[in-house]
Design a protein around this ligand. Structure first.
Ligand SMILES: Nc1ncnc2c1ncn2[C@@H]1O[C@H](COP(=O)(O)OP(=O)(O)O)[C@@H](O)[C@H]1O
Ligand SMILES: [Mg+2]
Length: 326
C-alpha cells in the first residue's frame, strides 16, 4: 500500500472498478469554478470561464493544442500564478485562501524541467520531502526510485542526468509526500518510449490504488488508453467534456485512409487531413463511405492502399478543434 495512513486517498476505486460518482459525497478532488486568466493587462485571454470538477479516484485528461491554456490552469492550481477570476480548490481546500492544505494534497509534475543541479537524485528527493515536513522518507524514496527506473541513479548528480532521467526525477519529486491528487503537465513530451511505459505503469497503479490523476498530453493515444473522462480546451474555453467512451461514440465512426498524388475534389478537401501523399477522411456510416468513394471515382482520383478503420480520439480531437462539433 503506497498511501501512508494520515494521507490515505479519499476514495479507492479498486473495489468498484468504476470511477467514483460525485453523488457519493465529499468534496471533488479538483474543482475549477469560472476560472479566467488574462496576461499582459488583459490583452491575452488564456482562460475564459473554465468550470469542471474531477472526482476522487478519476483519471482525467485535459487536452488541447499548444496555447489552449492547459499550463495556465495548472499554474493556478499549483499556486504559481493567480487566477484573474474564479476559484480553484483541491479536496475542498481553496488554492488561495487555504493554500498550504491545498498544496499538500497535490503532486505536480511541471511541463518545464526545473531542478537544482548541485544535488544528487536522493538528496533532491530528501529536500523535497523536507518541504512537505515528511521525515524518514527513505523507504518511500527507494520505492519511487525503483518504480521510475532510477534505482542506479540515486547518487548521480542532477546535472549528469539526461533529459529523460531528469523528467523521472521530477515525477518522483512530485510524489515524495504521497499526494492524493497527482497532476502531470505533458510528462511524456519528447521522452523515450521506455520512460512512457514505466511512467504509465506506475501512474496507472497509483490510480488503481485510489489516487486521482489529472493529465495533460499531446499524445492522444495515451489519453484514450488511460483517461476515464476528458476535457478539451480551445483558446481558453472548455469545448468538450465527457467520458472517453462517449467522446469516441459521438464521433464519425469510420476513418478512411488512402494514398494519392492527385488533387482531391473540392467537396472532400474541407474535411480531409492530408499528410504528404496520405489522405484521411472520416465518415459517419457506410453510406457516407460509399459517397466518398463515388466522389473520388467520379473525379478520377487514383487511390492506393485504401484502408477503412475505426475512428480514434485523435479524429474526435481534430473534429472538435475544427469546430464541426463544438
Ligand atoms: N507568462 C505569460 N505571459 C503572457 N502570456 C502567457 C504567459 N503564459 C502563457 N501565456 C499565453 O497564454 C496562452 C495559454 O498558454 P498555456 O497555458 O501555456 O497553454 P498550453 O499549456 O495549453 O500550451 C497562450 O496564448 C500563451 O502564449
Ligand atoms: Mg503547456
Amino acid at each position: 500500500m503506497l498511501a501512508s495512513p494520515q494521507q490515505q486517498p479519499v476514495v479507492s476505486r479498486a473495489s468498484t472498478g468504476a470511477p467514483v460518482d460525485a453523488s457519493a459525497g465529499g468534496p471533488p478532488a479538483l474543482r475549477f469554478s469560472h476560472v479566467s486568466k488574462t496576461y499582459r493587462a488583459g490583452q491575452v485571454k488564456a482562460l475564459d470561464d473554465v468550470s469542471f470538477d474531477i472526482r476522487p479516484g478519476e483519471f482525467f485528461g485535459l487536452l488541447g493544442p499548444n496555447g489552449a491554456g492547459k499550463t495556465s490552469l495548472i499554474s493556478i492550481l499549483a499556486g504559481l500564478s493567480r487566477a484573474s477570476g474564479g476559484q480553484v480548490s483541491v479536496l475542498g481546500h481553496d488554492v488561495v485562501d487555504d493554500y498550504a492544505n491545498a498544496r499538500k494534497k497535490l503532486g505536480i509534475v511541471p511541463q518545464e524541467l526545473v531542478f537544482d543541479p548541485f544535488f544528487s537524485v536522493r538528496e533532491t528527493l530528501r529536500i523535497q520531502s523536507g518541504y512537505f515536513g515528511v521525515r524518514n522518507n527513505d523507504d518511500w524514496i527507494d520505492e519511487l526510485l525503483l518504480n521510475l527506473g532510477l534505482a542506479d541513479k540515486a547518487h548521480a548528480n542532477m546535472r549528469q542526468l539526461s533529459g529523460g532521467m531528469k523528467r523521472r526525477v521530477l515525477v518522483a519529486q512530485a510524489l515524495v509526500h504521497r499526494p492524493p491528487v497527482i497532476v502531470l503537465d505533458e510528462p511524456t513530451a519528447g521522452v523515450d518510449v521506455e520512460l512512457r511505459q514505466t511512467l504509465w505503469q506506475f501512474i496507472a497503479r497509483l490510480n488503481r490504488e485510489g489516487h486521482t490523476v489529472l493529465l495533460t498530453t499531446h499524445y492522444l493515444e495515451e489519453a484514450e488508453a488511460l483517461c476515464h473522462r476528458i476535457a478539451m480546451l480551445k483558446q481558453g474555453r472548455v469545448v468538450a467534456l465527457d467520458r472517453t467512451s462517449e467522446l469516441l461514440a459521438g464521433t464519425a465512426s469510420t476513418m478512411l485512409q488512402f494514398k494519392t498524388d492527385a488533387a482531391l475534389p473540392l467537396s472532400l478537401v474541407e474535411n480531409a487531413r492530408v499528410t504528404g501523399r496520405v489522405v484521411q477522411l472520416t465518415a459517419h456510416d457506410a453510406l457516407e463511405v460509399e459517397r466518398i468513394l463515388a466522389t473520388l471515382r467520379e473525379a478520377a482520383v487514383p487511390i492506393e492502399d485504401l484502408e477503412i478503420g475505426r475512428a480514434n480520439l485523435e479524429d474526435v480531437f481534430i473534429e472538435i478543434m475544427q469546430g464541426s462539433r463544438a
